[in-house]
Design a protein around this ligand. Structure first.
Ligand SMILES: C[S@@+](CC[C@H](N)C(=O)[O-])C[C@H]1O[C@@H](n2cnc3c(N)ncnc32)[C@H](O)[C@@H]1O
Length: 270
């Protein structure tokens, strides 16, 4: 991946898609933050913050006596997040352009590091694991929402093209050096470095085409299908077939989408 480019892109549609995705997943994130005990005054590092949707929520949660630092590869996202954050006073929030794989990690210590849908894109997990060791204080926590089982992605009962789309997505992530099911490996890698695994919680998602979950997946097929075509992993014929399946699903009140399964992982640093 080029220095500031991100496989899924940073165009307006992807920015909007990330915003919608954040709204869908916000209750799960907030429940996880609550389980981790994030309160006013906490110091939180958001690793791979995107346009800062979660970082802004976290900044509200920790209040002016806390601190949230969001590290993000892409300058467009950093600028978009900074612009969004300007609409309310959030002096506790900083969004910083940073390549997790190459740049020196901050010298600051944090109570908690939050990382959602980022490790799956990294071609090397060592810089992430080293950086987390450096930045999370002793006794502090790491909270990850990363996928553990991408094969659950599908449209049922008749989504054959959608099933192929899921496989093409996984292939694109792998070919770019990432691992769609990275959370199969992270607990073991963290335990080997002395982190105590305190929570492993699968977060399944399903819904029909009218539900937020279904709309999220439908939108992903539309937006990422374009990128998959550029990568030669999907065709206009596939797109047409997927559209027919989506239209047929809309006419079947029993049809439903299932998302790739996220695993919540919470670990504590010795
Ligand atoms: C799917 S988005 C998730 C964004 C955010 N964590 C969220 O939950 O909305 C993945 C993010 O990881 C960022 N990313 C990927 N590789 C990175 C790297 N090497 N350094 C920093 N950020 C990276 C991308 O730029 C993108 O913003």
């Amino acid at each position: 991946m080029a220095d500031s480019s991100y496989l899924l892109g940073t165009h307006t549609e992807e920015l909007e898609r990330l915003g919608f995705q954040h709204q869908l997943w916000l209750p799960s994130a907030q429940e996880a933050w609550q389980r981790a005990g994030i309160t006013a005054g906490a110091r939180v590092l958001d690793v791979g913050a995107g346009p800062g949707f979660a970082a802004i929520e976290l900044a509200r949660a920790v209040g002016p006596t806390g601190r949230v630092l969001g590290l993000e590869l892409n300058e467009t996202y950093v600028a978009a997040g900074q612009a969004m954050a300007r609409s309310e006073p959030l002096p506790q929030l900083e969004l910083r352009q940073h390549n997790l794989l190459r740049d020196p990690w901050p010298v600051e210590r944090f109570d908690l590091a939050w990382c959602r849908w980022v490790a799956m894109f990294l071609s090397d997990l060592d810089p992430l694991l080293n950086g987390l060791e450096q930045c999370v204080r002793s006794g502090g926590q790491l909270l990850l929402h990363e996928y553990v089982h991408w094969d659950t992605f599908g449209l049922h009962p008749c989504g054959q093209a959608i099933a192929r789309f899921g496989q093409a997505c996984q292939r694109s992530f792998r070919e770019a050096g990432g691992d769609p099911d990275v959370n199969r490996r992270l607990p073991s890698l963290l335990a080997a470095r002395g982190w105590r695994i305190e929570e492993l919680r699968p977060l399944p998602v399903a819904g029909n085409g009218h539900a937020m979950a279904g709309q999220w997946m439908q939108r992903f097929v539309e937006v990422y299908g374009v990128r998959l075509q550029e990568l030669g992993l999907w065709s206009s014929r596939d797109t047409a077939e997927a559209q027919r399946e989506i239209a047929a699903a809309a006419a079947d009140p029993g049809s439903f989408w299932v998302g790739p399964t996220v695993l919540e992982l919470r670990a504590r640093r010795n």
